[in-house]
Design a protein around this ligand. Structure first.
Ligand code: FAD
Ligand code: SIN
Length: 536
């Protein structure tokens, strides 16, 4: 018998979305056992690396919620759900205040007002930040808050493998089956490689993004799309997978293989200017907001300039900025650039776009319900309707806070009607052996990154997408063979999930016959009047 563990609410993910949700459920219902699992340390998440901050309308004398809504809709290029945008923007400041009440610090001006930063696509300064390590501060706050609640149990180094549904009771489940239910997950204990059964009355996926399908990404190595892939295998609904956001400015360093260092958009909000290697500005050719246009536009412009000139990077010029104020705002970025040989006071900083954020994912409604009963999802693993075809900067942490809260409200009201499903069988590992060549897994991961970077990046085409699909099919077949014959390892599970995500991104891209937001294809180029609009 494998181990069976029961918890009322199982939250998969300890980033901003998962922890917020867990805290709010645990506070509202001290009688419930809430378990949060994290596949590495609880501190490790995309949340931890957030730099720029949280967007929220803070001062209604200088900013309005209508402006934040308009900016979000504009960035989303016609695919946002306006009701969702309104809900998140209206609720945002309340959730940020709550976070502050839990102990989160945000930088203030001398007069005691919050120092509000600016990023691409925002028409006003509205970004609360803690220096250039806002995510670290938020992650610290939510973990400390969770530690104070005795009914929250955090399990680290526990890797969720698959959602438990009627499929595990022997029923044939398809994408058309109505009433699919979730009873928890199988999870791999990374300390002893045993597979445990975690039964829950309610399960919440907050597993973050999947930047690791590309060679250059700002995401940490945990960002392998596990929750989205699990949802796909469980026959749940996903949406908008083709919209993958590339951040325009990661620090250029071809030697880095796993996580590129981000140079926050807030640096451009502070006045830094993008220039070619030859020192000329170029953003005026692409958008009237120049270096502060939304991310899709800036990343595409940089990509284009690099291709025209055969350059490997462009520059971010900070030399005209007041250097002491710069160091004060961006101490981590300043030090990292200096460490790599670029002193922002005297040198231009070489930057390149890198995969940064998944706008698509698990389809959820306004309270985070998915298409599978007893299963919710929040944060970057979802397609909530907030981001549409392109996310507005600093709206992601906000989304995690708002959806964490909304899910909690819904769960505390409905959980009493659900019971544990006792009949789930143990994980079946019969006939599997430990893979003899781990190098096969690392090699396939590299191939996957190469395929996605070469063929399904910032600029796409039918031919490129077709090539990617052909190559992904082969990788998929090889990996499934290995998976079915092998005892589980986290690396193999991640590879399998990454291939699923890459396939879903590519397949969704092949089905969108237009250029919109983050999906740009040369077979359906942007209409000329659309381009002219952005220059007017
Ligand atoms: P995450 O914070 O990524 O948490 C995911 C959690 O799921 C982790 O605990 C992980 O261990 C767990 N997990 C995943 N798979 C499994 C599994 N199989 N089993 C068990 N556990 C699992 N957004 C902003 O709004 N403002 C910013 O300034 C900003 N800056 C950013 C800078 C960087 C460098 C990066 C990478 C992102 C930035 N973002 C920013 C985006 C934002 O940080 C993320 O979108 C957001 O934090 C995601 O939160 P999350 O809770 O959904 O997921
Ligand atoms: C950044 O600081 O540039 C990242 C902000 C974000 O991803 O929202």
């Amino acid at each position: 018998m494998g181990e069976i563990i029961k918890t009322d609410v199982l939250v998969i993910g300890s980033g901003v979305a998962g922890m917020t949700c867990a805290i709010k459920i645990a506070e509202a219902r001290p009688d419930l056992k809430v378990t949060v699992i994290s596949k590495t340390m609880k501190e490790e998440s995309n949340t931890k690396y957030a730099q720029g901050g949280v967007a929220a309308v803070w001062n209604e004398e200088t900013d309005t919620k209508e402006k934040h809504i308009a900016d979000t809709l504009d960035a989303g290029d016609g695919l946002c759900d306006e009701d969702v945008v309104r809900m998140v923007v209206n609720e945002g400041p309340i959730r940020v205040k709550e976070l502050i009440s839990w102990g989160a610090r945000f930088d203030k001006e001398h007069d005691g007002d919050y120092d509000l930063g600016r990023e691409g696509g925002h028409s006003e300064n509205r970004i609360l930040h803690y220096k250039d390590i806002t995510g670290w501060e938020i992650q610290r706050t939510i973990i400390e808050k969770a530690t104070l609640l005795p009914n929250i149990h955090v399990l680290e180094n526990l890797f969720a493998i698959d959602l438990l549904t009627q499929h595990h009771l022997g029923y044939n489940i398809t994408r058309l089956t109505p009433g699919i239910e979730c009873y928890g997950v199988y999870a791999l204990d990374k300390n002893n490689l045993n597979v445990e059964t975690h039964l829950a009355r309610i399960t919440i996926l907050a597993t973050g993004g999947a930047g690791q399908i590309y060679r250059a990404t700002t995401n940490p190595t945990i960002a392998t799309g596990d929750g989205i892939a699990m949802m796909y295998r469980a026959k749940g609904r996903l949406n908008n997978m083709e919209f993958v956001q590339f951040h325009p400015t990661s620090l250029y360093n071809p030697a880095v293989e796993r996580q590129a260092f981000l140079v926050s958009e807030a640096v451009r909000g502070f006045g830094a200017i993008l220039k070619t290697k030859g020192g000329e500005t170029f953003m005026e050719k692409y958008d009237k907001r120049k270096s502060l246009a939304p991310r899709d536009i800036v990343a595409r412009a940089i990509d284009n300039e690099m291709k025209i000139r055969g350059d490997e990077y462009v520059y971010l010029d900070c030399r005209h900025l007041e250097i002491e104020a710069f160091k004060n705002h961006f101490p981590t970025i300043y030090e990292k650039c200096k460490h790599d040989g670029y002193d922002a006071a005297n040198d231009m900083i070489p930057v390149v776009p890198a995969c940064h954020f998944f706008c698509g994912g698990i389809l959820v409604d306004k309270v985070g319900k998915t298409s599978i009963n007893q299963l919710y999802a929040a944060g970057e693993c979802t397609a909530s309707g907030l981001h549409g075809a392109n996310r507005l900067a600093s709206n992601s942490l906000l989304e995690g806070l708002v959806y964490g809260h909304n899910i909690a409200e819904d769960v505390v009201g409905c959980i009493d009607q659900y019971q544990f499903k006792a009949e789930i069988p143990d994980w079946n590992a019969t006939g599997t052996t430990t893979p003899k060549e781990m190098v096969l897994i690392t090699q396939s991961w590299k191939e996957l990154k190469d395929i996605m970077t070469s063929y399904v990046g910032i600029v796409r085409s039918n031919v490129r997408i077709g090539r990617a699909l052909d190559r992904l099919r082969l990788l998929y077949q090889e990996t499934e063979l290995l998976y079915n014959a092998s005892a589980l390892s986290p690396q193999l599970c991640e590879l399998r999930n990454l291939i699923t995500i890459a396939y879903l991104v590519t397949r969704s891209a092949s089905m969108r016959h237009e250029s919109r937001g983050l999906h740009y294809t040369t077979d359906f180029p942007m209409l000329l009047d659309h381009l002219e609009e952005t220059l007017m």
